[in-house]
Design a protein. Structure first.
Length: 78
């Protein structure tokens, strides 16, 4: 059970040691398949504007990749 409320149709695919998440969008819009970083320090409010086409995201979200494959290609071994 997730401790935080996540945006609707955004599914966690990974978490960070600090309690944040990487989410993939299953929304039936231009965000479908894109990957976002969810920062739990900011509360998510369903009323916040989310407009992928214009790059407007809730304060708690940042787009990190256009697809899961894109995200995997950005990963590096430490």
């Amino acid at each position: 059970v997730l401790k935080y409320d996540l945006p609707e149709l955004m599914v966690p695919i990974a978490n960070t040691p600090g309690g944040n998440y990487f989410l993939i969008s299953l929304k039936n819009d231009s965000s479908f398949g894109k990957v976002y970083y969810f920062d739990h320090e900011f509360e998510y409010d369903d009323d916040e504007e989310f407009d992928e086409e214009n790059g407007v995201y809730p304060e708690c979200l940042a787009k990190v990749a256009n697809s899961f494959s894109d995200l995997a290609g950005k990963m590096v071994e430490l």
